[in-house]
Design a protein around this ligand. Sequence first.
Ligand SMILES: C[S@@+](CC[C@H](N)C(=O)[O-])C[C@H]1O[C@@H](n2cnc3c(N)ncnc32)[C@H](O)[C@@H]1O
Length: 320
Amino acid sequence: MVVGGGGSLHVLEAVYERVDGYAVAREERTRLRKAGQFEKTEALQYGEIDFAGFLNVLEAAEPREGDKFVDIGSGTGKAVLLAAGQYQLGSAVGVEIVKPLHELATEAKERFYSQCPDAPTPSNKCSVVLGDSFALTNLWLDADILYCPCTCFTEEMMAALTAQMKHLRPGTRVISTSRPLEVPCLSLTTTLRAKYKRGTLQFYIYTRNAQAAAAAATTTDTEAATDVHKTGAKHDGDGHNSSKMKQDKRAKSANNKGNGTGVKQPTNQPHSQHATRQQQQQPGEGKGGKRAGKKHKNKKGKRGKRQQQEQGSEKRSKMM
Ligand SMILES: C[S@@+](CC[C@H](N)C(=O)[O-])C[C@H]1O[C@@H](n2cnc3c(N)ncnc32)[C@H](O)[C@@H]1O
């Protein structure tokens, strides 16, 4: 796939030079607290990507021409514009629930495309949406690369998230931050510690597994939700940095098996009543910005054992 290159990265840095998503998110949480809506602040802790760091993550997800990229908590839109500016995507969509952050994303998109009108993904294929991602799961099901910045998601949101995974198309890549997604229909392909705006962050990259589709379809949402509670791994990695745009053999294989169609319609599960504070893994700790990653063999038993051993070793630090 044609990649936009350093030019658009340079433009993106300039576009966001005066954008402070952290401050805007903080103001929003303060506003909600003053209004007595403490429970709503739970999932609104803010963090955002570093462009170079997240480019390594995207590379590891092996984007292909025409892929649909979806960010289910897009903040000021950095990940969406990076993906759109670097790859010839079919679409790049970000959903953000906080209006002032969404407004910053809208303005950033305008500035970016005014300076990069010929970006690999055209402006009309790139959108930032104001809304609750968990009420827009139809977007998730359409994704080829689903970015789930779930570092600050509540346990209830994580349960709703993992319950949706079986509805994704086989071959869909799922990127999760800080928290592994232990569901049978996802195969872990890469773990990567990448530079974040503040510190570093652990990324987990999965592929929706065609082979597990039948098993996953029989897994109840409760079972899927329980799985995620068992996890919390940190992976040290080994500096993986994929630079190739490979054809997705897994997707072809999935299609050959006839599993690319017949996606079930999900039950939307808005999460407005979340009240449980999650055990968060947050950026700022780790390897001082050194990128590290590792391709994983899809041997669930071995992986699960390792993840359990590693669970709890992730240090926490503040995003804000
Ligand atoms: C950690 S930030 C990530 C921002 C961006 N994706 C990035 O990586 O740079 C997570 C974002 O998700 C948003 N968020 C939380 N719950 C959401 C929901 N239900 N729907 C949409 N956005 C949500 C938060 O307001 C926050 O901006």
